[in-house]
Design a protein around this ligand. Structure first.
Ligand code: ADP
Length: 215
């Protein structure tokens, strides 16, 4: 299966992607995670991406598309993948179509996680990540760790992402509305769009997503 997840920052794409990828036995490919890994490893790509991310802006396509393509070409992604955070604008969606077409492949579904803006801001403000592993995500109120500031899974230190500050979140939402939302219509026109509500408990959303994908 080849699936794209879309939704505003804070919709829970990363959280859902981890569960769905496991259920569907396909790799979870997050461009945000790839950028953060490049930043923490101090790579040239990471250095180029950082300022854009800190400002809440999109990293330019000429950096992003190549990085996403390299990851999709890894052997573990041969039989499918779950894309999280890519594509994030129409030109990335078009580049993805071209890429897949060249391999005789196509997307199976685009899962749109719907959630209102107030909720998104609450989710992001309380979000804490583990320094050891981006996929270990907590929330001070909604999913608190057993010990404050410590990852339940590996004992790592929890921190708040630099771009999760209120000001940057506002900018990220604006970028989402102007640049990312148009891909929803793009995929609707291709008959690929499946929309579900991202409200409620994590497992309920996962269940909703699995049901929607079955159809
Ligand atoms: P969220 O979905 O919560 O906004 P991500 O981890 O997906 O967080 O992305 C964090 C930041 O990484 C984005 O604000 C953007 O700067 C950059 N980024 C991630 N994916 C892309 C992409 N496909 N194109 C451009 N920039 C991206």
């Amino acid at each position: 299966m080849r699936i794209v997840l879309v939704g505003p920052p804070g919709a829970g794409k990363g959280t859902q992607a981890a569960y769905l990828a496991k259920n569907l036995a396909i790799p979870h490919i997050s461009t945000g995670d790839l950028f953060r890994a490049n930043i923490s490893q101090g790579t040239e790509l990471g250095k180029r991406a950082k300022a854009y991310m800190d400002a809440g802006d999109l990293v330019p396509d000429e950096i992003t598309i190549g990085m996403a393509k390299d990851r999709m070409e890894q052997p573990d992604a041969e039989n499918g993948f779950l894309l999280d955070g890519f594509p994030r604008n129409v030109s990335q969606a078009e580049a993805l179509d071209v890429m897949l077409k060249a391999e005789g492949m196509k997307l199976d579904a685009v899962l749109d996680l719907e959630v209102e803006e107030d909720e998104v801001v609450k989710r992001i403000a309380g979000r804490r990540l583990c320094r050891n592993e981006d996929k270990h995500v907590f929330h001070v109120a909604y999913a608190p760790p057993k010990t404050e500031g410590v990852c339940d899974i590996c004992g790592g230190e929890l921190y708040q992402r630099g771009d999760d500050s209120e000001e940057t979140v506002r900018r990220r939402l604006e970028v989402y509305h102007t640049q990312t939302e148009p891909i929803i219509d793009y995929y609707k026109a291709q008959g690929l769009l499946v929309t579900i509500s991202a409200l409620g408990k994590v497992d309920d959303v996962t269940r909703r997503a699995m049901e929607a994908l079955k159809k």
